[in-house]
Design a protein. Structure first.
Lengths: 485, 506
């Protein structure tokens, strides 16, 4: 008994060379990541130069500093992955870097002041990315704190409604002001709720799927299993409608439906979700004038093209002006679209980079979705699967909702374009999301055996404490037997 | 769960394929239409900082020009100005930062900025010179002095004056009240410009729309020129046709009689009923022609088609709904003398007069005479073109005779209008009773004509659209529109307007 325990607790510490030999695939992956990151940085630096040439016919003054900081930041993120998540997918970070870079160039081109703030937020976002990788060493750590995340998500969603704390900006009460700092807790709540849903469904998926509760002709899951989920979902919906943030509301709803569908493997949840959504949409359409406005200008923005439909009409004009190849960076008029740096940044990209540039953005999101769902397929743990599904759904659906709104495919709902839009909360929360997704990916690689599974510092410390106790016990036992002898 | 994850992947991919398709739709399929949208100011913004040439009237007055922006910190180096204010704005249109461009500014934007292929090729040859500004000049056929005369003659009343050149179709004057001054908003930032434009749109009579070629009005008796033309062409009437002297007549399919103007007894031969403007003979002529020949006939006169003017937004005249007209013969009769659903564009009525004067050929109207490159060399001169030939030269001669009777014959409705210096002219008056329930006395007063009679040079149409006519104080075409027509023709033929030098890029 003691022997096996001791062997288990003795950490397998590998030298760098041993590790490299044990995980050739992981190292190759990191090298691919490094070269892709350099490519993303090169594209960003060139776009930055071209945008400046286009608008002022000048090579930007600080171009070398810009490239240095850009490369530095990306290298720090890359080294953190190499150190803390060596088995993670190679494409996620470069794709995020590319989107972030193009977004930053667009924001610089639209508004110099915002660009300064955005670069500060970029620093914070990358630091947060590294911190998350450093702190969350095991995915299961997250599952342990499911109720904490539930509470955090709930409080985050409620905060903007607290008088004196919440702030109403551009018609949506989704901001929290503390002194000089404004942030959108909803951006973080989406990650917290995805973690909660993943943990809760992983535990209870069979019980929810069993549907042992009979109500008339319907078979439903036991109320006590489904209640917390319904509370979380209803909470999100009610708060979001109360805050007039339709985009986030739709995002939370989709996240919930997709996760419960994947967890229970019952397509009925999708149908139920569709029915509930249609009902809620119809109800809010009849009840809220701002929802009616959104629908009206979606169906026909032209009839009110100078007022309510102005933003979407200008967005479409920009896209058409860009055409196939775009007007060229710095050579269009994306400032014609109100909120161009924010929700409508895709319209600016479409205008100046054309159909080709817009398609590159779409492809980037699709590749992120692919990498995220591949991660979900590769891992064999239900919590990790569901977490990867949830996080990927957030990115994929959020980008779809806002791009679709900007190009008049779906009614416009204010929501940021992940990694691209201006905004600190959005950027930081999406880097947290990215770090978690890469953590899941790394975890899957470890379990498959592509990377030797070494204990984390926390685990080593716990093991060290355990060993010390065992030794103490042994000594005490020895003393006792000596005394007895 | 893997099956669901794969399905999710497929689902999300589908969403993105739809996004891609939609993006294609806007950027490629709809590109042209969106770029042509009047509110799309993207191209304008790009153009705004380029040198932009002037628009000059036929008599050499600058109607639109770009001047250096006095504010050195402004976003744009140039401002667009319209020195003639509201005189020519419905023709030049406007070139704004925030709300696109209209009129000549819109159609000839490429000439004004020097971006036509020909201008660019010519500019290549000038590379050696230091002159890099190759913006062109647009010269209108419209005369500033005539616009001013028309505005003066209208004296603030709602209405339009159109003068065209008989042989070419060149528009020499086309002014309508209310008009607007583009200087009040073109250089303003978005919100201010929006407020000004919305105010204009909501102002009575919508000044942004030209009453002369973008609106249409009930023509009243001036329409009898068209009905008579169709009748003569089809041989159902001629100058010897006799019409019974009656005050009312019951058309087929009804018991409601048609009356002459104010119930007067009116009849006689064609010249007499034409110059006295009886209603019943023309109702009878229209019914005699029948719906088919009448509808074909008005089509020959261009009614139902947008006028082929060289700036956008021309309205189309209309003969009303023509379905089942054979079951609604009374309406056909009433439309025969220009009431019911007939509506004519004032420019079109000038073209009708011009057709009679021009031996039956209706010319395409145009407001731009020539375009010039940056060195004053001609890029393009507008070639006059025949649009329609609704009547033969013989019918035109007959109509000329009939219309001369209006100004010279006994009891002619235009007899009160006599030109200075004894200049002879042909005309037709019209008083359209709108029959509005809430405004029963509201009328449109018309007069169309051409002069000089011996060698017609100008065709003219005058309409006043906001008149009230009562039994005691009858506002008729001859009385109200006549003096304006006289003022214009006097100025042109014997007044100071006769010797104005035209042509050249100024």
């Amino acid at each position: 008994m003691t022997d096996t325990l001791e062997a288990d607790l003795e950490p397998t510490r590998l030298s760098r060379r041993e590790r490299r030999a044990a995980a050739p695939l992981a190292y190759r992956r990191r090298n691919v990541e490094l070269s892709l990151i350099i490519l993303a940085a090169a594209i960003t630096a060139m776009a930055y130069t071209v945008a400046s040439l286009g608008s002022n016919a000048e090579i930007p003054a600080g171009i070398f500093g810009f490239v240095a900081i850009l490369l530095g930041l990306l290298l720090i993120a890359h080294l953190a992955v190499r150190k803390f998540a060596i088995g993670a997918d190679a494409t996620l970070l470069p794709l995020a870097a590319l989107l972030h870079g193009i977004g930053f160039v667009m924001i610089t081109r639209l508004d110099d002041t915002l660009a300064g703030l955005q670069s500060l937020w970029s620093l914070i976002a990358v630091a947060t990315f590294v911190a998350v990788l450093l702190v969350v060493r095991r995915v299961t750590d997250l599952a342990r704190f499911r109720w904490t995340f539930f509470a955090a998500g709930a409080i985050g969603l409620l905060l903007p409604m607290v008088p004196g704390l919440g702030a109403n900006i551009n018609g949506a009460r989704i901001w929290v002001s503390v002194g000089p700092i404004n942030f959108q807790p909803g951006e973080f709540a989406k990650v917290a709720l995805a973690i909660f849903f993943a943990a809760y469904f992983a535990d209870n998926r069979e019980l929810i799927a069993a549907k042992t509760w009979k109500v008339g002709p319907f078979h439903l899951p036991e109320p006590r299993f489904i209640l917390p989920v319904l509370v979380a979902w209803g909470f999100a919906i009610v708060v979001m409608v109360g805050q007039r943030d339709l985009g986030s509301s739709l995002l939370f709803f989709t996240l919930f439906v997709v996760m419960i569908w994947v967890a229970t493997e019952r397509v009925g949840w999708l149908l139920l979700g569709a029915v509930l959504f249609a009902g809620a949409a119809y109800f809010s359409w009849t009840q809220f004038s701002h929802v009616q406005t959104r629908v009206d200008i979606w169906i026909d923005p032209w009839s009110d093209s100078l007022d309510r439909g102005y933003q979407i009409v200008q967005s479409l004009f920009g896209l058409a002006d860009g055409g196939l190849t775009g007007t060229g960076l710095g050579r269009g008029n994306p400032n014609q679209v109100p909120e161009a740096q924010n929700d409508f940044i895709f319209a600016s990209i479409g205008e100046e980079l054309g159909l080709i540039g817009g398609t590159a953005i779409l492809m980037s999101y699709l590749l992120i979705v692919g990498a995220g769902l591949r991660t979900a397929l590769r891992t064999d743990r239900e919590f990790e699967k569901l977490l990867a599904v949830g996080l990927t759904t957030i990115i994929g659906v959020q980008a779809f909702i806002i791009i679709g709104g900007v190009i008049k495919l779906v009614p416009l709902t204010g929501i940021t374009l992940p990694f691209v839009s201006y905004g600190g909360s959005s950027l930081v929360s999406n880097y947290i999301l990215l770090a978690l997704l890469m953590r899941v990916s790394d975890s899957a690689a470890r379990r498959i055996g592509e990377v030797p599974d070494e204990p984390t510092p926390g685990e080593r410390w716990a093991a060290w404490k355990l060993r010390r106790e065992i030794r103490r016990d042994q000594k005490r036992a020895a003393k006792r037997s000596e005394a007895a002898a | 769960m893997n099956k669901q994850i794969r399905q999710l992947a497929l689902g999300l991919m589908t969403l993105y394929v739809v996004l891609f398709a939609t993006l294609n739709y806007w950027t490629v399929a709809q590109e042209e239409e969106l770029n042509a949208n009047i509110e799309n100011t993207r191209a304008v913004r790009r153009e705004f900082d380029r040198p932009r040439g002037p628009i000059v009237t036929a008599d050499g007055v600058v109607a639109a020009e770009s001047v250096p922006n006095p504010d050195p910190d402004a976003e744009f180096d140039r401002l667009r100005e319209y020195p003639t204010g509201d005189l020519l704005s419905n023709i030049t249109g406007y070139f704004t930062l925030s709300f696109g461009s209209t009129g000549v500014e819109r159609v000839y934007g490429d000439v004004l900025t020097g971006t036509t292929t020909e201008q660019q090729i010519r500019a290549l040859g000038d590379l050696l010179s230091s002159d890099v500004d190759n913006s062109g000049t647009v010269q209108l056929s419209v005369r500033n002095d005539l616009q001013a005369a028309a505005k003066f003659a209208l004296a603030g009343r709602s209405g339009s004056v159109v003068v065209t050149e008989v042989e070419t179709g060149a528009v020499r004057a086309m002014y309508s009240n209310p008009s607007y001054d583009p200087n009040t908003f073109v250089n303003l930032p978005f919100e201010d410009a929006q407020e000004a434009i919305v105010d204009l749109q909501n102002a009575p009579g919508n000044p942004l729309l030209s009453g002369a070629f973008q609106q249409r009005y009930m023509p009243g008796s001036t329409f009898k020129v068209i009905t008579t033309g169709i009748g003569l062409e089809n041989g159902v009437i001629d100058t010897t046709s006799e019409f019974e002297r009656v005050s009312e007549w019951v058309p087929p399919q009804t018991t409601d009689p048609i009356e002459n103007y104010r119930g007067s007894v009116c009849g006689g031969d064609l010249p007499e009923v034409f110059r006295r403007s009886c209603n019943i003979p023309f109702a009878q002529t229209a019914i005699l022609l029948g719906p088919d020949r009448m509808v074909d006939g008005v089509g020959d006169w261009g009614i139902g088609e947008a006028l082929p003017l060289d700036i956008p937004g021309s309205a189309a005249s209309t003969f009303g709904d023509t379905t089942d007209l054979d079951e609604r013969l009374p309406l056909l009769g009433i439309r025969g003398f220009g009431q019911n659903d007939d509506q004519m564009v004032p420019l079109h009525m000038a073209m009708v007069a011009g057709t009679v004067a021009n031996g039956g050929r209706m010319m395409e109207p145009y407001v731009v005479e020539s375009t010039y490159d940056h060195q004053g060399r001609v890029l393009n001169d507008t070639d006059p073109e025949v649009w329609k030939t609704p009547i033969s030269a013989q019918t035109a001669a007959t109509l000329t005779e009939l219309m001369t009777g209006v100004t010279e014959g006994e009891g002619g409705t235009g007899q009160s209008v006599q030109l200075a210096g004894g200049q002879r002219f042909a005309a037709k008056t019209g008083t359209a009773e709108l029959g509005l329930v809430d405004d029963p006395d509201r009328v449109h007063a018309w007069m169309i004509g051409f002069a000089p009679l011996e060698a017609p040079k100008y065709a003219i149409s005058v309409v006043l659209t906001d008149l009230t006519s009562t039994q005691a104080d009858a506002a008729t075409g001859g009385r109200e529109a006549g003096p304006i027509l006289k003022a214009m023709l006097d100025y042109l033929l014997t007044g100071p307007g006769a010797n104005v030098q035209l042509g050249g890029p100024g």
